[in-house]
Design a protein around this ligand. Sequence first.
Ligand SMILES: [Fe+2]
Ligand SMILES: [Fe+2]
Length: 442
Amino acid sequence: MMWFKKKSAEHQHKDYFTQNWINEWKDQINTSTNYQRDGSDWNAPLILKILPKPDSIEDKNAIGFFLNLQYGECLELRYATQQDTDKSDIVLTADEKTWLKMIQEKQDPTMMIMKGHLKLEKGSLVTLSTHRKAAKSLLKTAPVYSDSKTTSNINRTLNEPSSVRTEHIGFVTTKKGLDFDSFPMRLFQKAKIFGIWNPSDIDFTKDREQWISLNREEKTILIHLSALFMAGEEAVTLDLLPLIQTISKEGRIEEEIFLTSFLWEEAKHTEFFSRFVADVMTDRPDFESFHGPFYKILFYQKLPSFLNALYTDTSPLAQLKASGTYNMIVEGTLAETGYEAYDTMLKENDLLPGLQKGITLLKQDESRHIAYGLYLINRLLEDNPDLKQPFEEHLEELLNDATNIIHEIFEPYDVVPFGLEKEWFLDYSIRQFQHRINKLGL
Ligand SMILES: [Fe+2]
Ligand SMILES: [Fe+2]
């Protein structure tokens, strides 16, 4: 371990942030047509500060780099001293590993500020974000040396994909201790009390007896709703993992601890619906024929796509889109409306007690999942208030998908069995959605 660290440090020392590297960077800025275009209205002397100073910078007074940028051209690029701070409009600070990661992975500096990896010590974020393209292009011109060891060394310390993680830089439990009062840990305590029910303990004997006595239309609507829930629970079980990985990579152990119960519960929900239909709907109808085009857009495409996007993009916006789709729309809007439909059909007619029991238990689990989703979204929006608008637009689009699904469910029925009314459910789903939105202050 020590041997590897030392080798990597030597390599960084040799290549990056040296006088040669600076000279090369200046040449690359001035020969980049992209920077000439993107930086054409940027006139900003700025300092990129590296704290603590890396060994590769031999100048003992240097605090980082001073760049005098004027309208797409770099007039001066040299080591910066403390005195340069006064004549610079912008001072950006990060440690060596963060700068290297940003340069090697061509990251967006504005986004890195929003994510809290880069500190804006002097200047305004508003000004910087109006020159976001220029800042991004500028960083793209910085020389990158291909060295897998250097890259993986940096990756290991900053939100790296777990596939390349080979060491930890510390542990919460040994450093400061778990935060037992945190919201995720409190949810975890609840999960250990209320989430331990066993789907295979639920008795469907009465359900089987009653099922035979239902008429064809009543059976059809129950098969229909169960077909949506069965695949829905399987989808949320399949698609949660990238979110858990993202949270784990960020070292948020309390949240990850809760998420272990979350995934386990989704797995049980999948098991529950499968057991119910295997025990009760014994002729095994064609469930997938009930998955309409709008249902498929959300459950076959958008849900996995927004969640799996986290494997390559863990930015706050990507996390918001994933959690918004999963917790706010699929769980918080559609599933909640579906439970209400089951309740209307079953409770009011004293039907299928096994299914009723499972749904009551499942709803308790789901309320914790949604509560975590709201916590996560709230945390992300608090740290990144600029993302409120794109997040709202994302939700708006998905709410539209959700209401299309509700229209689609009712479409095949001239008279809906059990007296279900489409308008009531549309209204209910929108109220559920608004309730969550209000909680988030959107
Ligand atoms: Fe579930
Ligand atoms: Fe859930």
